[in-house]
Design a protein around this ligand. Structure first.
Ligand SMILES: [Zn+2]
Length: 251
């Protein structure tokens, strides 16, 4: 979603509550747009991918490739076909060298409205073979390869994912065609555990409003149930834990 169209990225706050046997936990979290075009959300998503991609980074023989495209075709046509070119190349690599595990990130050139791909793969593909296959798959002739360590691989991924697309024409094409910034082979990206047991208490237009709502609810619990509250406050997150005096049965 375009953050310009959905400006509530950090102007609305969710108030969440989780009732457990010994305590009630309240949280205020900003409502995000989750767009790659939004610097705040891109950073957050990139960090999560860095963690999720550990099964890939733990593999040996990691190499990073940068593949470019010829500028001879119209820009939009190249963006439309970038994924098919990668699919053709990947299929050829697997056919010739066996299974590969990879992650690929799409990026735009700064100076021209054309894409390029950064690929981290657990295989070194011989350059002479690669150069020939790149052309028949639909890429340009330029290819950069280097070996990377697991910690470098993670840093590269988050660096490419958080780069601001300063080329506005490319950014527009990507949004219009809804092109995926990142994709990967099966089994190299784990799911992060989702929140469980939380339910929505309300949506507030400011963090102060969300905190007030939590305070009222927690103070009420304190007065009715006895027990105590403990509060943590971060720049954008707020959490209060109300602990019952005695554990409750069957909650
Ligand atoms: Zn955002």
């Amino acid at each position: 979603m375009d953050p310009g169209l959905f400006s509530s990225c950090s102007t609305s706050y969710l108030v969440l509550k989780r009732d457990q046997i010994t305590n009630i936990r309240y949280r205020s979290v900003p409502l995000r747009c989750h767009s790659w075009s939004c610097p705040v959300c891109a950073k957050d998503k990139a960090e999560k991918y860095k963690v999720r991609m550990r099964p890939l980074f733990a593999r040996e023989n990691l190499h990073m490739y940068t593949f470019t495209y010829f500028h001879s075709k119209p820009e939009e046509e190249v963006w439309c076909e970038y994924q098919s070119a990668w699919n053709r190349l990947r299929t050829a690599i697997v056919k010739r060298f066996g299974t590969v595990h990879y992650c690929r990130v799409l990026e735009s050139h700064k100076e021209s409205n054309y894409p390029h791909l950064h690929v981290i793969m657990d295989k070194l593909v011989p350059p002479t073979w690669l150069n020939k296959e790149l052309l028949s798959a639909g890429f340009g002739y330029q290819c950069d390869v280097k070996q990377v360590r697991d910690d470098q691989a993670g840093r590269y991924i988050s660096k490419y994912l958080t780069k601001v697309w300063t080329n506005e024409k490319s950014a527009q094409i990507r949004r219009r065609l809804r092109l995926r910034i990142i994709s990967f082979s099966a089994g190299v990206c784990t799911r992060l555990p989702g929140p469980s047991g939380w339910h929505l208490v309300g949506i507030e237009s400011s963090m102060e409003g969300a905190i007030d709502k939590i305070k009222i609810d927690a103070t009420w619990s304190e007065a009715i149930e006895g027990g105590e509250t403990c509060t943590k406050e971060y720049s954008e997150y707020y959490e209060t834990v109300f602990t019952y005096k005695e554990a409750r049965n069957g909650t």
